[in-house]
Design a protein around this ligand. Structure first.
Ligand code: GDP
Ligand code: GDP
Length: 453
């Protein structure tokens, strides 16, 4: 489990600037898909040795009536579900009435809050920042999100309150020899455990119907699990002799004792489920086409490195012409995720549901298929012979060898001289080359570069 950090504040204080800085991927290749980067509201932060889920709550203005109801609902829910709130203020503007309204709301939430004064590059002296202490929410962190100033100190302050509860948030720099052993141990574990399958999608796409459909055909062991609003239910099941744990984000098997809120769609719950899963089944609604929310979820899945199967639901009762139009549109907009299988299903009637599991198995098998050093190095050498790496600062980039650095997703670590400076175009070429040579389907792959032997 990763902790959830919510960015809260009135419009224009710099939330998305900080969000972008935190979520800018170390491995731009995985995250850099056209059409997914704009307008993201939640993402995975991976910086300064820390990993966490970050949610930009966007719509909070302090005047909850004034904003679109669902948006405000989601923002409030995200705050409720967050482990820490970063309450952002604009140091240049000073304290405003809206800030005070938000502060009042946060005080009753009883949630750890860090005050963050942004844009300190634009102020002279400390008086603007001093005002923020009046909110009585503790210390004020001073940052300039646009320039990165103060951000590492801010992150540092998150470690102490969170790391004990969320040890996974600390990422460690790998040592190559230990890494190879770790990858092997990880593979062993992955190959001997049930496949954790998360069924995710925005509200009303048919997740509950699909989950019931899948479970209806299986012998289900339902058991009580304590939990908070953001916990999914884990349901063990078997299919074709393979063990699974279904991660039910739709709350199908949740006991009725919990409040109404729990049954509602929760972004944070969905993100946690993706993090927990080995394979994600992303459900979209054929009749609605792809929405921003679908693309955001997709972006999150890609970023997390999970295996992916796409289900286009409600494929019943549509004319052939309409079906063709939908297919064409999906092809056009999803062309860039050529590794994921696309299924057209009707959860209501059960059509196509059985076949989903073939793709799930295939995706998991691809993500957990052993790749050895000799093979990876050979593929790397072939790629290098096919298309010579460029000169950088007058020296030819030289890739020396490759090994597996992990699985689910498969991570390929390439060692060599100046490899970290390879241009994105060459990295992309390598990615495609490895993908084709390894014949992986259903899982993204990652390439990491290390200087030296
Ligand atoms: P949001 O509405 O809270 O998401 O705010 P944005 O991230 O969109 O930022 C609003 C404006 O403030 C943009 O024009 C940013 O370029 C600017 N901004 C953000 N961070 C900083 C900063 O650290 N210093 C300065 N001077 N401007 C900033
Ligand atoms: P969830 O919010 O994603 O869990 O969505 P639900 O499973 O509750 O479904 C939302 C609505 O879509 C319900 O009225 C379902 O009956 C309907 N629905 C779900 N799957 C299908 C399908 O395959 N075809 C059609 N026509 N309707 C469906």
């Amino acid at each position: 489990m990763l902790p959830v950090v919510a960015l809260v504040g009135r419009p224009n204080v710099g939330k998305s600037t900080l969000f972008n800085r935190l979520t800018r991927s170390r491995d731009a290749l995985v995250a850099d898909f056209p059409g997914l980067t704009r307008d993201r509201k939640y993402g995975q932060a991976n910086c300064e040795g820390l990993q966490f889920i970050v949610v930009d709550t966007g719509g909070i203005s302090g005047d909850e009536q004034g904003i679109d109801a669902e948006m405000a609902q989601q923002s409030l829910l995200a705050i409720e579900e967050a482990d820490v709130v970063l309450f952002m203020l604009d140091a240049r503007a000073g304290l405003t009435v809206a800030d005070e309204a938000i502060a009042r709301h946060l005080r009753i939430q009883n949630k750890p809050v860090h005050l963050v004064a942004n844009k300190v590059d634009g102020i002279h002296g400390d008086s603007e920042v001093a005002e923020f202490y009046r909110l009585a929410l503790g210390d004020v962190h001073q940052i300039a999100a646009a320039h990165g100033r103060g951000v590492s100190q801010l992150l540092e302050s998150l470690v102490k309150p969170l790391a004990e509860r969320f040890p996974d948030m600390l990422t460690t720099e790998a040592d190559p020899a230990a890494e190879e052993l770790d990858a092997e141990a990880q593979l062993e574990r992955l190959q001997n455990q049930p496949i954790k399958l998360a069924i995710v999608g925005k509200p009303n796409v048919g997740k509950s119907t699909l989950t019931n459909r899948i479970l209806g055909e299986e012998r289900v062991v339902v058991f009580d699990q304590p939990g908070t609003t953001r916990d999914s239910i884990f349901i063990p099941m078997e299919r074709d002799g393979r063990e699974y744990v279904l991660i039910d984000t739709a709350g199908v098997r949740k006991r009725r004792k919990v409040s109404d809120m729990v049954e509602k769609f929760s972004i944070v719950k969905t993100l946690q489920a993706i993090e927990e899963a080995n394979v994600v089944l992303l459900v979209v609604d054929a009749r609605e086409g792809l929405s921003d929310q679908d693309l955001s979820l997709l972006g999150f899945v890609l970023n997390s490195g999970r295996s992916l199967v796409l289900a286009v639901n409600k494929w019943d009762g549509l004319d052939t012409d309409v079906k063709n139009d939908i297919k064409r549109e999906l092809d056009r907009r999803l062309g860039f995720i050529d590794f994921a299988r696309l299924h057209f299903i009707s959860a209501l009637h059960g059509t196509g549901v059985g076949n989903l599991f073939e793709s799930v198995q295939e995706a998991y098998a691809s993500a957990t298929h052993r790749i050895n050093t000799a093979m990876l190095t050979r593929i790397m050498e072939m790629a290098q012979a096919d298309h010579q790496p460029p000169l950088i600062r007058g020296r030819r980039v030289k890739m020396k060898y490759a090994h597996a650095g992990g699985y689910n997703p498969p991570v390929i670590v390439i060692h060599g001289n100046q490899v970290q400076d390879l241009p994105d175009s060459y990295k992309r070429f390598l990615m495609n080359y490895f993908r084709k040579s390894l014949k992986v389907m259903g899982t993204p792959i990652r390439i990491e570069f290390r200087e030296g032997a």
